[in-house]
Design a protein around this ligand. Sequence first.
Ligand code: FES
Ligand SMILES: [Fe+2]
Length: 455
Amino acid sequence: MASARPGAAIDNGPLIREIDFAPFKMRVSADRYRDPEYHARERERLWMRCWQVAGRQEELPEPGDWKVYTLFDQSWLLVRGKDGTIRGFVNACRHRGNAFCQGKGHSARFTCPYHNWTYGLDGALLAVARPDFDGTIEDFVGDKDELGLIQVPVDVFAGFIFLNPDPAAEPLLDYLGEVADLLRPYKLDEMVPVGLNVREAIDCNWKVIQDAFQEGYHIQGVHPELIPAMDESKERYGFFGDHSVATGPFGASNMVDLSPDEQVAVIRALPGTFPAVAQALPRFEALVEQCRDASGELHFTDQTGVRQLLQQATRETWTAQGLDVSGLTDTQMSDNHFHTVFPHLFMTIRGGECTTILSWPHPDGDPNRCVWHVINLMWLPPEQRRAAMEPLLEIAEGDHFTYFLPLEQDWEQMQHQQNGLRNRTLKETVLTKQEVRLAHYHAVLDAWLERGRNG
Ligand code: FES
Ligand SMILES: [Fe+2]
């Protein structure tokens, strides 16, 4: 039933020519990509107050699994408790502030190596070393219950561990709003990293990355090989609070001049760019065969073109594997949906798969640099997930991982853009209509920086 599919809201979203551009400011200050003062304000007003992705739930599969999440000079401990809940704590011992955890690990409890104060997985202070030295704990440190680790808001959605450094943060689901309803049917929480899970530093501002993935305008310049597969004239847009989405329809009108066999060839070539399409190809080929007449000639109609066949094949393939795609629309079966969860989570999602691009300011504090993390998430039957899971690959500074072609093209381009943005005589950048999501994104950022989200 269409009404049971939240994605219908995006299927019916506006095309570019239907968007009212009056509220959008189509110029963006260049300082935000390079200015240390802007960067400092961003740190205090945005990063120290916003929900941000600190990891994936499958990184902490068992109670007692923990990892440290850092941003700038701040560090927090994420730990899965005995009750299965993932909690976040400031990584500072309540005794004299030691950052007692480094990296990741598994523990039944945490003992600060400085003077051996011990905390439970729930952050409670369990024991103080040598309490009998001069009485009980309470005698000399006060109420033990008051001296647990400082907790910060942490929640898990779509398999991502979100953390907010602000103890007064609104609930994550309130912040996500309608986007949570749009994302739920994809079952991202049942996906795991497959084939690609890489984190490395890159020489551009963290927003240059988020910008680049929010527009299809650069396909002609940077990714010409994608042109046959995409139909930009049919992109749909959606704006939901701080967040936004656009669709990337596989070529429909682009194909009008192609013969049926040539159209089939375009679909067959898709896995070169979108590997998971390969899974649906056997079923797709079978459906194509049903469209041949007695002489073997292919005949498509408006209702049964390659696009519809790909959608049907994808739905049937995933369903056969055990993924419930009943909450997804046909468009979500075939077309990439480009989601931006403000400020730094970008996802290209199709039924059964999601390429995630995260970016954070670089720990060295230089606004011209950042860290990005690329994760290819894929749905797999539960019993296959652990074995197929791609471990995180952290690339050393100065080295570079070679990605699949379009991502490699973006990697190079974004650093060229930053080199231009460093130029102080460039005051602002100018957006075209197809970059309307950037206008929305930077207006949201302006609002955070001007007043802070909570006033
Ligand atoms: S600083 Fe942690 S026990 Fe002293
Ligand atoms: Fe790109």
